[in-house]
Ligand binder design. Structure first.
Ligand code: SAH
Length: 306
């Protein structure tokens, strides 16, 4: 991040070579995010890992989530609209198209089938969301540190969660989507290509700022970033056709279930040491169906802001 105001559009190098904030720890290595073995230690050539399907403990629990209602106070938010403009870094430079294509092929082999999701993963330049020291690892199948003890999610899990969220009765059409845990903004950028409007909340102020500075040069007009406690959701923008949590709680906060549209789908990692990906579909005014998908590993969902 830089303190200087930026002019747009920025050149690729001005984004990639920006100095990272002191607190970002470039020395941290890649880490595994799902039960799937990733290719972090093996580099890109060995990066194909036939995972998810194998590693997944897939079972439909069909549990109904109890409809305990709670009032959801609005977050204190600083909405960051990215400037609307025709073409930006999302579509322009093709610096690492080859490695990105390899990443997408790997994600497809791991079981993600949704063509729109795969196309979005191909389009978003993941390395632009990373500390320069880590950008060479941007396309490996791993979560990577973004500072403040948080990580950018592993490509497979980003794609998988969006695929599950999109598998609705409208053929994947989504008006409003909410992401809890903006982090560096990568998943929000991918979501912006599959939904009309993306709202994303981050509780750590410097990460909220980081996401803003990462996304701004990309000129994505349909992302709204909020600083606040995502466990409260964003009642002023609800209901949402889809909600994705990028951090794991012991349970899915009721406020988020309440803010899901009927027919909407929420995807969240749930658990402490052992986490599973959970899909919750809202089937009625006071009816939610929960399905357990596969094992995963996420940073914890925490309340409040810092
Ligand atoms: N989607 C991100 C992943 C970020 S990691 C990406 O693409 O990079 C998960 C993020 O969730 C962290 O930044 C963490 O600070 C955030 N988080 C955890 N609990 C939260 C909460 N209650 N509200 C908002 N963000 C939260």
């Amino acid at each position: 991040m830089t303190d200087k105001p930026r002019r747009f559009p920025l050149s690729l190098s001005s984004v990639v070579e920006k100095p990272g904030p002191a607190a970002r720890r470039a020395g941290e290595g890649a880490s595994r995010q799902t039960a799937a073995r990733n290719a972090a230690q093996h580099g890109l050539r060995d990066a194909h890992v036939p995972v998810a399907a194998k590693a997944a403990t897939v079972h439909a629990s069909g549990q109904a989530v109890p409809p305990t209602r709670s009032a959801s106070p609005a977050n204190s938010t600083s909405t960051a609209k990215t400037a609307a403009a025709p073409a930006g870094a999302l579509a322009a430079p093709l610096v690492s198209e080859g490695v990105r294509r390899a990443m997408v092929e790997r994600v497809a082999k791991q079981g993600v089938r949704d063509a729109k999701v795969l196309a979005a993963m191909l389009e978003v330049q993941r390395h632009l969301f990373m500390e320069p020291a880590l950008s060479s690892q941007a396309y490996i199948d791993a979560s990577l540190p973004i500072g403040y003890h948080q990580t950018i999610s592993q490509p497979y899990i980003v794609a998988r969660m969006i695929e599950v969220m999109r598998d609705n009765r409208n053929g994947g059409a989504m008006d409003r989507v909410l992401e809890i845990g903006t982090g560096c903004g990568y998943q929000a950028a991918v979501l912006s290509l599959v939904a009309k409007e993306v709202f994303s909340i981050e509780r750590i102020k410097p990460l909220h700022e980081l996401a803003k500075s990462n996304l701004r040069p990309m000129r994505i007009a349909n992302i709204r970033l909020h600083y606040g406690d995502g466990m409260l959701g964003l009642p002023q923008a609800a209901p949402f056709d889809g909600i994705i949590l990028a951090a794991a709680g012991i349970e899915v906060p009721q406020a988020l279930l309440d803010q899901l549209a009927i027919g909407g789908r929420l995807v969240a990692p749930v658990g402490a040491r052992h986490q599973v990906l959970q899909l919750v579909e809202r089937t009625g005014q006071a009816e939610w169906i929960s399905t357990t998908l596969e094992s995963c590993h996420f940073v914890p969902l925490r309340s409040g802001t810092v």
